[in-house]
Design a protein around this ligand. Structure first.
Ligand code: MN
Length: 749
């Protein structure tokens, strides 16, 4: 194994000048964007990565180090969190793709960086394996994030560079990576507020997945560019003059929405690009900071609405109430020159940075490191909440819920006390109730919105004041699942429904067991499942559920089972039922010799025992004793058809018994033998049984029908082992196809 010192020595190997230069550019960018920069750390990470990847090349032909360098650059540029993340970005593929181990990283750097690299290696593995469901990927991603937020930050940067260089991949790979990016990474990036990064990811996805539409939108935007620029200039001119008069320093420009959201709008409204009006906005960024900056925003707003008439219904104040990802801005739509509608976004430089770079920008502006940690905590809590959702839902549901919760517009809801909650749009009072507290959701019975009673399915609007009315007696209504939109409400309600369902199934089964035992019916689970499907239940559990919840009368089932047993319906399916087909009653077979039983663990010569003729137990069978009215203990096999009935209804008479080791006693066992009706088969059978295995035959009855041979043998055996040997041996006789132990069916007890 290579020593770190060897790699880090200045003269150990030469870095090509081109890449040395890119490293210097990266460092310069770090000094510009990061609060503090440990240059030594970054140089060290670069050297280790350069050496580790020295023999690898990208599909483009460049040295592989170009990729980690680009990822680190994106990280500094778009996320700009800290220098540890930059070092991790440089090292992100080292453990996965080269001979260097995680141990090496830990020793050469430190525990923290090793942890990040470990997380990155693990999620990379999660995405490569095809058979892992998408939800599982999401969970892994979340878990890795929960260990260190930089894992996901570096992963974002890595993914963006992979998307930027997608062309060098095979088309089918391109598509897979692009759709994964669109469905998972873009929404996640949005949740963290990395808007610039999210927009670029989405546009690259659009170009990969719908190249024609992408081309169309791009060229149409280009064609109308000049006209649009001219209009923006006309719009801005009077505004600029006023702002300068007021002594406000600002930056102002027109900007179109990203291509992907234009594409989405076209799809949603089913209109061509020329008819979509809000693809374009004027953005005003104010240089004032803090309270002054905020005040400036309102001043600018009032100047704009002096000049141009606003559409009041399209006013949005994200200044007083930021979005949950930290986004702050004032949005207003006004009628500009020629009466054309134009959206204007007003924000301070700091708000702008947060809008573009999300959470990571907080660190740049907040002086107090502690409050940064709180922000980090808030994010990690959010991640953990998602992870610790008690319901393991189906993969598809998890991903869908997750995506909906990320992408949808948010609304702001107040409690009667004035506390603020953020919900996705379309949320109902039930969603709100679950958000406030699981118990509030559980017991909610009605809701008042702005003082008026509304149905629980009512769609809340931003600014609504919501009061939830609860009742101790109320429990969730399964119908709620149809209208709730939050993951939390949906999963809690689903959990409750499943729990209810499970309870009803248990109840239904109990009721069937009791009722069928009383009716003296004995049906295996398999047979019952078959009957359930004849009755058009999708499965046995559904039948139990319907019995348990009163939808299906257990007495009807008993009647049905009884009549189908009579008709001999329970046949032909498997060996178990095959046995029934050949059912004959065995004459009251008696065991010879004395009982060889321990009763309650002891030998009792004074207690009379007998072997039940319904199941003819032999030593080795699991058995129990049943105290009959005459004081005789009858021994039954546990698998006896009458056992459930006896155990359930006469539990007080059940006596534990077990076999003692006495060998000199013989028991009756009955076998059914089936095969081809050929000459000599009977003599072969008796030969094997009586001569080879020295077994006494009590009786043999045979019948033949259309070339098929059936025989019932009643034999004396000493124990189960003896019986098994017999069965094995008989099976090997030519022409014999089946040998089964069987017993008669009778209701004796
Ligand atoms: Mn990579």
């Amino acid at each position: 194994m290579i020593e770190a010192s060897t790699i880090l020595k200045g003269n150990a190997f030469q870095v090509e000048p081109e890449y040395a230069e890119r490293l210097e550019e990266l460092l310069a960018l770090c000094r510009k964007n990061l609060r503090s920069v440990d240059e030594e750390l970054i140089r060290k990470a670069f050297r280790v990565s350069y050496w580790a990847h020295r023999n690898d090349r990208r599909a483009s032909g460049e040295l592989y180090i170009a990729h980690p360098l680009a990822v680190a650059r994106i990280y500094v540029d778009q996320i700009g969190f800290d220098d540890i993340g930059v070092a991790a970005a440089l090292l992100h593929d080292v453990v996965e793709d080269t001979e260097l181990s995680l141990e090496f990283i830990r020793e050469t750097f430190d525990e923290k960086i090793a942890l990040i690299i470990d997380g990155l290696t693990k999620i990379s593995g999660a995405f490569e394996s095809r058979d892992i469901s998408k939800a599982e990927n999401v969970r892994k991603l979340m878990l890795s994030m929960a260990s260190d937020i930089r894992v996901i930050f570096v992963k974002f940067a890595d993914r963006l560079h992979n998307m930027q260089t997608l062309d060098s991949l095979a088309p089918h790979k391109r598509f897979r990576i692009a759709s994964e990016t669109l469905n998972l990474f873009a929404p996640l990036a949005h949740r963290f507020g990395f808007n610039a990064l999210k927009s670029e990811l989405e546009d690259l996805c659009l170009s990969a997945i719908h190249p024609e539409e992408f081309q169309e939108i791009t060229s149409e935007l280009r064609d109308t560019q000049r006209e649009r620029d001219a209009y923006v200039a006309r719009f801005i001119e009077p505004l600029k003059a006023r702002l300068l008069d007021e002594g406000i320093s600002f930056e102002m420009y027109g900007r179109s929405k990203n291509l992907h959201s234009i594409y989405r709008k076209m799809k949603r409204q089913d209109k061509p690009l020329s008819e979509i009006y809000d693809i374009f906005a004027i953005r005003i960024i104010l240089e004032g900071e803090g309270t002054k900056g905020k005040e400036d925003c309102w001043r600018v707003y009032s100047i704009i609405t002096d000049l141009y008439k606003p559409m009041t219904e399209r006013f949005r104040d994200f200044l007083s109430v930021p979005k949950s990802n930290g986004y702050q801005s004032l949005h207003t739509t006004v009628f500009g020159p020629e009466g054309r509608r134009m959206e204007v976004q007003i924000r301070t430089r700091e708000m702008h940075e947060i809008a573009e770079k999300g959470v990571a920008a907080h660190w740049k502006y907040k002086e107090d490191i502690k409050s940064d940690d709180q922000e980090m905590d808030r994010l990690l809590t959010w991640v953990r909440d998602l992870l610790e959702d008690p319901e393991s839902e189906s993969a598809a549901e998890f991903v869908t819920d997750f995506r909906l919760n990320l992408y949808d517009e948010e609304i702001y809801i107040f409690t009667p006390r004035g506390d603020l909650f953020t919900l996705p749009s379309g949320a109902t009072p039930v969603d709100f109730a679950y958000l406030v507290h699981t118990q509030v959701g559980f017991h909610c019975i009605g809701a008042k919105v702005n003082g008026k009673m509304v149905p629980l399915s009512y769609k809340l609007k931003s600014g609504d004041q919501v009061e939830i009315i609860t009742s101790k007696k109320q429990t969730p209504n399964p119908d709620w699942i149809k209208f709730v939109v939050t993951q939390k409400a949906r999963s809690r309600i689903r959990h409750w429904i499943n729990e209810k369902r499970r309870q009803a199934q248990v109840l239904g089964k109990e009721s069937w067991d009791k009722r069928s035992a009383r009716a003296g019916l004995s049906v295996t689970e398999n047979e019952l499942a078959r009957l359930a499907s004849k009755l058009k239940f999708p499965n046995l559990q559904q039948m139990y559920f319907e019995i348990g919840s009163g939808l299906y009368d257990v007495n009807d089932l008993v009647k049905y089972v009884r009549s189908s047993l009579k008709e001999g319906e329970t046949t032909k399916e498997n060996e178990e039922t095959l046995r029934l087909q050949y059912e004959t009653f065995l004459d009251s077979a008696q065991s010879t010799g004395k009982p060889a039983l321990l009763i309650d663990g002891e030998l009792h010569s004074d207690i009379v025992t007998d072997y039940a003729t319904c199941c003819n137990p032999i030593p080795g069978d699991s058995v129990f004793g049943f105290l009959s009215r005459t004081g005789v203990i009858k021994v039954h096999r546990v698998s006896c058809r009458n056992a459930p009935n006896l155990i359930l209804n006469r539990a007080d008479r059940i006596i534990p018994v077990e076999w003692s080791r006495q060998k000199d006693v013989q028991f009756v066992a009955a076998l059914r033998v089936m095969g081809e009706d050929r000459v000599g088969i009977l003599s072969d059978l008796t030969q094997v049984v009586s001569k080879n295995l020295k077994t006494n035959i009590r009786s043999i009855t045979i019948s033949t029908d259309d070339g098929v041979f059936e025989g019932n043998l009643v034999l004396f055996v000493s124990d189960l082992e003896h019986l098994r040997r017999l069965i094995d041996r008989i099976k090997r006789i030519g022409g014999i196809h089946g040998v089964y132990r069987f017993e008669e069916q009778s209701d004796e007890s």
